[in-house]
Design a protein around this ligand. Structure first.
Ligand code: ADP
Ligand code: MG
Length: 440
């Protein structure tokens, strides 16, 4: 029975890997099935963040996979197999209200973070905070433009602190959530609970604090939250897309509070680091792309780490649709460096040959002056195809058909285009000519 279950689970995983490759992570191999009874497949997961990842991102894919593999409707349940994490859930239930439950991304750990010249100080500061929250850099303020790893670093810090022997009470959220929470509390006359929640944290982590810009009442509230935690020597970590003094319309007293600890900047990664990040992301996804592919992506995409990852996801996805092999050719195609269909080499003579064949007219007719429909129509089709399938200019195309000028070619093109839109039989005739030409 156990073997049957393992076999089913393995097939489900392979299906997910192939059909939902963007969600595939190599740690999924470590997740084990517990039982399959009455249409319920129970899965054991050792990490809370994995459990959440499965629920949030993989559930639909896994259900679909389970149905394919077993031929039945199956629902899934993810059971935490490690009891050590309980403090977190106690904390969530007691301290946070359900609407505020936050789960960390299992990708965002220190192990998965590549350290280099552009982020060394920010990383070191986060590690130091992990070792002694509230005592080293307080507040820690990390800034840098979008996609450079601020959220990753902050979540890594939280996850590392949660793994410690006496985990702290962490309040982690985007500034937008803070602001919305505050507005709701004001509306509901519930400021007491709101304040209680924030001011009991051991660690307050607010992402994208620039969102406070111009929101005066939220700034006021945050100022008090900040002070109360700071005075209690609780750790505060903030991130923004610019340094404190450049956040538009942020009160001076907040700017000076934010500057009072350590302010660090994350810069764009250099080429070597981009390579290292790509290798790291590839190994997380259980893929092993050739070096030439990694260096192609690292050369092409140089501004934003999120896009780097996006390119890898796309190439991986394309490979999984086929034989799973990640090749340079595939990478070039997915980065738009190589046209996917190889049909640019078609010549006007080939077009003329196809059209004269189909309509049973002669080349001299197409090049002559006659305007009867039986000649003019095939001539227009030629011009249409020449414009779509070759890189000749309108003038050049006109030149091939009895020295007609570019407006005639354009007119022909628009005419056929319109006919294709309106007339099914013309559309299919043109399509079959195109297919014949491109597949030669
Ligand atoms: P930000 O919050 O600064 O906009 P994120 O933390 O969301 O950026 O990072 C965007 C993506 O880039 C994430 O997938 C993150 O894991 C990745 N990333 C950024 N920097 C690094 C790094 N140094 N090592 C590994 N991954 C990184
Ligand atoms: Mg972010």
């Amino acid at each position: 029975m156990a073997d049957v279950l393992t076999d089913i689970w393995d097939k489900i995983l392979r299906y997910l890997q192939k059909h939902h490759s963007q969600f595939w992570r190599s740690w999924l191999e470590q997740v084990e099935p517990i039982s399959l009874e009455n249409g319920l497949l129970r899965i054991g997961v050792p990490e809370r963040s994995w459990q959440q990842y499965l629920k949030q991102f993989c559930n639909a894919g896994l259900r679909e996979a389970a149905q394919r593999v077993t031929g039945h409707l199956v629902s899934l349940e993810y059971v935490l197999t490690d009891g050590d994490d309980l403090t977190v859930s106690d904390y969530e239930e007691d301290t946070l209200h359900n609407s505020n439950l936050f789960y960390f991304n299992p990708d965002y750990t220190f192990d998965n973070f590549v350290v280099g010249p552009c982020n060394r100080l920010s990383h070191a500061a986060c590690v130091a905070v992990t070792e002694s929250p509230g005592n080293t850099y307080n507040p820690l303020f990390i800034h840098g433009s979008v996609g450079l790893g601020k959220t990753h670093l902050m979540q890594a810090t939280c996850q590392a602190i949660l793994k410690q022997t006496s985990p702290a009470m962490i309040v982690y959220m985007s500034c937008e959530t803070f602001v919305n929470d505050f507005i709701r509390a004001v509306e509901e006359g519930n400021l007491y609970d709101f304040r209680h929640k924030y001011r009991f944290a051991d660690l307050l982590v607010i992402d994208d604090i620039q969102f406070l810009s111009e929101r005066e009442r939220s700034q006021e509230e945050f100022f008090h939250t900040f002070n109360s935690l700071y005075q209690g020597r609780k750790q505060i970590i903030l991130s923004a897309d610019c340094p404190p003094s450049q956040i538009p319309r942020l009160e001076d007293r907040l700017v000076s509070r934010f500057n009072q600890g350590l302010v660090t900047r994350i810069d764009k990664p250099d080429y070597e680091m981009r390579m290292a990040i790509l290798y790291k992301k590839a190994s997380l996804r259980g893929i092993d792309p050739p070096e030439e592919v990694v260096s192609l992506i690292a050369r092409k995409i140089d501004s934003n780490t999120r896009e780097l990852e996006g390119a890898l996801t796309k190439i991986h996805g394309m490979a999984m649709l086929d034989d799973g092999l990640i090749t340079l050719k595939l990478a070039r195609q997915s980065l738009g460096e190589e046209p996917t269909p190889p049909h640019r080499q078609i010549t006007i003579s080939q077009i003329i040959e196809a059209v004269t064949d189909h309509f049973d007219v002669r080349l001299s007719d197409l090049q002559g002056k006659r305007r009867s429909r039986s000649i003019a129509f095939p001539r227009q089709i030629c011009m249409f195809l020449a414009r779509d399938l070759t890189s000749h200019s309108l003038e050049e195309i006109g030149g091939h058909f009895g020295g007609r000028d570019h407006t005639t070619v354009l007119h022909a093109y628009r005419n056929i285009d319109k006919l294709c839109d309106n007339d099914e039989s013309i559309r299919s005739m043109v399509n079959s000519l195109v297919t014949g030409l491109t597949q030669k």
